[in-house]
Design a protein around this ligand. Structure first.
Ligand code: PMP
Length: 446
């Protein structure tokens, strides 16, 4: 009898869930007919957590509203950009005002100089910045610039770091080796893979070995100064300083991929927060205020190699697009004007961390929480998460229950354990407490 009751309970609750996401589910089926996998970027498809992605109707402040009329507290903030919350009024106003004057010219505007000036004033150590349309483009161009400037061909990247989907970065380790990588996606040629050398994140010894093996061939190291693509993994003490020293010793360039950390961890990103200087830095996400923007910045001596000043080619029909620049400028002005924002964000994220800690400790579930500033992630594993291998040890089944449990409670978390959360300033302390209350309920079933 109790079994029957239990079964009918499960049936009822899964029926309720189907109803809850009914319109999203229909839209997803329609999308799959005309868009590969129904999405324009893979992680949105919920493949790793299962189930149907929600379709968003609109968002405001800390909240997302889906097409079925459900609302969610949003912990991904469009994967970073919406650091001040959704539909942030100054950004929306700036875009509307610009749109009336035309949306693209392919001819310079004063706005581009204005945002470049402000960005360079906010970030340390850089003389010039070039705007592109995405983080992928920024990283791809930064590596080309580094290769052109050094006249060397190889780069070092770290396993589990993501720098966009250009060929040179879609490389993972071949059978435990830390020498040549093999492509991690069909379509990337072996020829490309041979110039991408791999090391484990937070492992300086491996990087040193690569330099000893190829002392005059490495153009650059590219690294997420705080990794956000295997969950959040802060750099170990001395790791970034060690990379800096090795680059100086072997006259290679150090590229910080600050697409996630730029304008998020501090005004001047990880360079400022962690006090290590890179030679080229890439940006995206927050810099565009929610419109498609990327950028790379460097000192004059490096940037002089870039076309039209120098021979390293890079271009874009919509680069510096006026709507995107207007949104980005309004965003940077708001961040620049509020010195407390980063402290506030870090405090909110710490409150979330402490709340999660308490619930998990009480339940006795093995876990790791990594956090730096407003980037945080939870891994269901006993061992400290310091690189890709340790991140991959997390209990996926438990993560999936956690994700769906929270979603049903109206909390939108990243639909993969390999992603960092990004908090936004529109989240109130009450919102965070409500999130912890929801987690308390969800944790009962984990
Ligand atoms: N670098 C990092 C560190 C990223 O996290 C991402 C995207 N998540 C990219 C580059 C690529 O940026 P985009 O998706 O804008 O091409």
């Amino acid at each position: 009898r109790s079994d029957n009751l239990l079964r009918s309970g499960v049936k009822n609750s899964s029926k309720k869930l189907t109803m809850r996401y009914q319109r999203s589910s229909t839209l997803f089926k329609e999308a799959q007919q005309v868009i590969p996998g129904g999405v324009n970027s893979p992680v949105r498809a919920f493949k790793s957590v299962g189930g149907t992605p929600i379709f968003v109707e609109k968002a405001k402040g800390a909240y997302l509203y889906d097409v079925d009329g459900n609302s969610y507290l949003d912990y991904i903030s469009s994967w970073g950009p919406m650091i001040l919350g959704h539909a942030f009024a100054p950004v929306i106003e700036a875009v509307k005002e610009r749109a009336d004057r035309g949306t693209s010219f392919g001819i310079p505007t004063e706005l581009e100089t204005e945002i470049a000036r402000l960005a360079l004033q906010m970030i340390p150590n850089m003389d010039k910045i070039r705007f592109v349309n995405s983080g992928t483009e920024a990283c791809m161009s930064a590596v080309r610039l580094a290769r052109g400037a050094t006249q060397r061909e190889k780069i070092i990247k770290f396993k589990g770091c993501y720098h966009g989907h250009s060929d040179a970065f879609l490389i993972q380790a071949g059978s435990g080796a830390v020498t040549f990588g093999s492509p991690s996606s069909p379509g990337v040629t072996a020829g490309t893979a041979k110039d991408t050398l791999l090391a484990d994140y937070n492992n300086l010894t491996e990087v040193e070995q690569l330099f000893q093996e190829y002392p005059e061939e490495i153009a650059a190291i590219i690294v997420e100064p705080v990794a956000g693509n295997m969950g959040c993994i802060p750099p170990a003490e001395g790791f970034l300083e060690g990379l800096r020293a090795l680059c100086d010793q072997y006259t290679s360039l150090l590229i910080f991929d600050e697409v996630m950390t730029g304008f998020r961890l501090a005004k001047g990103g990880a360079q400022e927060l962690l006090g290590v200087k890179a030679d080229i830095v890439t940006y995206g996400k927050v810099l565009g205020g929610g419109l498609p923007v990327g950028a790379f910045a460097a000192k004059k001596e490096i940037m002089k190699h870039l076309a039209p000043e120098g021979p390293v080619y890079q271009a874009g029909t919509l680069s510096g697009n006026p709507l995107a620049m207007a949104a980005g400028l309004a965003m940077l002005q708001a961040l620049d004007a509020d010195p407390q924002i980063y402290t506030r964000l870090a405090e909110k994220t710490e409150r979330l961390e402490l709340g999660l800690n308490t619930v998990l400790e009480n339940k006795g579930i093995p876990y790791q929480i990594n956090r730096l500033g407003s980037m945080i992630s939870l891994h269901f594993t006993e061992q400290p998460v310091i690189d890709f291998e340790t991140a991959a040890k997390g209990d996926n089944e438990r993560f999936n229950s956690y994700f769906h449990g929270m979603l049903n409670e109206g909390i939108y978390l990243p639909p993969s354990a390999f992603e960092s959360y990004f908090l936004n300033d529109a989240l109130s302390l009450e919102d965070i407490d409500q999130t912890i209350d929801s987690f308390q309920k969800v944790a009962q079933k984990l």
